[in-house]
Design a protein around this ligand. Structure first.
Ligand code: GUN
Ligand code: FE
Length: 454
């Protein structure tokens, strides 16, 4: 009797540590009925040939062709699903103006469920086609449309963590786009949590509700406190923007005489299941607080280059024990691809490196130890994201979910420059990180199910 639901034969890349990848050359990957990797078998293992004999030729056996490789699916820790409708536009103005001129008017349209369905179906499909198997989404203030986004993730098979956005302060948010008042914001959030938890029962890959104060400036003290209580009551994920722009950082300082991190902590919003986007202005105490509470950072390198003129010191935060993953921040970041964000994370980190600009005085040249490698950036998009969410995802390892992308380096319209069939696989890996386009992403699997193919 064959016990596995699927068996794959091929070469896979996965992070061993932030700095090191593991290459599993021509292994067998055995997937059980729960969609988890039950066994990984090396070619020299005595079980290799008998298993191959038992499964080869059946429709549960998948052998990757030459030039095809397995990567873990990407984990996008920060996406504004409604903003997909304006991706690529209006990136040349400050955050505050961008929010009021473009973003809030767009998000207000998601009271219309027809419009919401069109955009949300497209953003989930687009992220899947770009290799993103798990996404942590901001929806809008609208409860119904936010539930719809979770339903779309569930039906398309993406692992979705979804938040109904809370903006309950009438003094800070436009009348046409905010919660009616604090008590309805909290009641809607609670109903949203219950609805998504009910939906989760029939989604094998998992969908999760996320408590989502947009950012401190959008919310009243009472709203923030209530959200912290709901997160504790239902043991949910929490997401927000933390210390993103000069403007937001200054606003929080003025209101609370402290940084975002401690203000959020006072309201119970820094938990092991919290993910804070951006974090451009964390001081040493904030970093300690993140490490102690298990709060993770969603690093958004493309968006930070546009809105914050900033690069976070990833290597330093890692050394302090903070979990970090990668976020596209659609549409503050224009790209739905975490490949693009991996590339930008490396490029940006080199801009921050000490000595990058010899024309500046030494202390203004950058931050020593900022530079990260392509391996570290890959870690952020995969294993780091999984650790940030405390889920067994982001690695091709036993007891992790079978969330993978199959990369084809030989697609005629997007062929990678690999001319030697015996090229070192570490070099192949780097070429994939820098050169893969959506055309190269042949198949995407989540929790043992194929949910996208070209
Ligand atoms: N701060 C508050 N809202 C937003 C948003 O939608 N995008 C970004 N990048 N920052 C924010
Ligand atoms: Fe954002």
């Amino acid at each position: 009797m064959r016990k596995y639901m699927q068996i794959f034969q091929g070469t896979a890349f996965s992070s061993k540590s932030p700095k090191e990848i593991q290459v599993l050359k021509d292994h067998l990957f055995c997937i059980n009925t729960e969609g988890m990797i039950e066994r990984i078998i090396a070619p020299q293992d005595p079980d290799f040939q008998p298993l191959l004999d038992a499964y080869q030729g059946t429709d549960t056996f998948h052998r990757l062709a030459e030039g095809q490789y397995l990567l873990p699916g990407f984990i996008d820790l920060h996406v504004h699903a409604p903003q997909w409708a304006q991706s690529g536009t209006a990136l040349d103005i400050p955050l505050y103006d961008w929010l009021n001129t473009y973003t809030f008017p767009l998000e207000s349209k998601f009271s219309d469920l027809e419009f919401a369905k069109k955009v949300y179906e497209d953003v989930v499909s687009t992220l899947l086609a770009n290799g993103t198997t798990t996404a942590l989404y901001f929806a809008t203030v609208h409860k119904e449309a936010s539930i719809l986004l979770a339903e779309i993730c569930a039906s398309k098979g993406q692992r979705g963590l979804v938040g109904k956005v809370v903006m309950d302060d009438p003094a800070q948010n436009p009348e046409y786009y905010r919660d009616a008042d604090t008590s309805s914001a909290l009641a809607d959030t609670e109903e949203f949590i219950l609805a998504v938890q009910a939906l989760a029962k029939s989604a094998k890959q998992g969908v999760y509700p996320v408590v989502t104060p947009r950012f401190i400036p959008s919310c009243t003290d009472e709203g923030l406190r209530g959200l912290g209580e709901l997160a504790a009551k239902y043991d949910t994920y929490v997401q927000s923007h933390c210390s993103e722009s000069d403007w937001a950082h200054g606003y929080v300082q003025e209101r609370f005489q402290k940084n975002d991190a401690f203000a959020l902590h006072d309201f119970g919003l820094l938990r092991d299941k919290s993910v804070m986007a951006h974090c451009n202005f964390l001081d040493d105490e904030d970093v300690q607080l993140f490490a102690e509470t298990g709060t993770a950072i969603a690093h958004c390198p493309v968006s930070n280059a546009y809105f914050a003129n900033s690069v976070i010191p990833v290597a330093h935060f890692h050394a302090e024990g903070v979990e970090i993953g990668l976020g596209s921040d659609i549409s503050g970041g224009f790209s739905p691809s975490l490949f693009d964000n991996i590339r930008q994370a490396v490029i940006s980190s080199r801009m921050l490196e000490d000595g990058v600009n010899p024309s500046l005085p030494a202390k203004e040249r950058g931050v020593p130890g900022s530079r990260i490698t392509i391996h570290e950036a890959f870690y952020l998009a995969t294993a780091g994201g999984g650790e940030s969410l405390s889920l067994p995802i982001g690695r091709i390892e036993e007891n992790y979910a079978w969330d993978v992308q199959i990369i084809d380096t030989k697609i005629p319209t997007a062929k990678l420059p690999i001319f030697d069939e015996n090229e070192d696989l570490h070099d192949v890996f780097q070429k994939m990180m820098y050169l893969v386009r959506p055309e190269n992403i042949l198949e995407v699997w989540v929790q043992g199910e194929r949910i996208h193919s070209r």
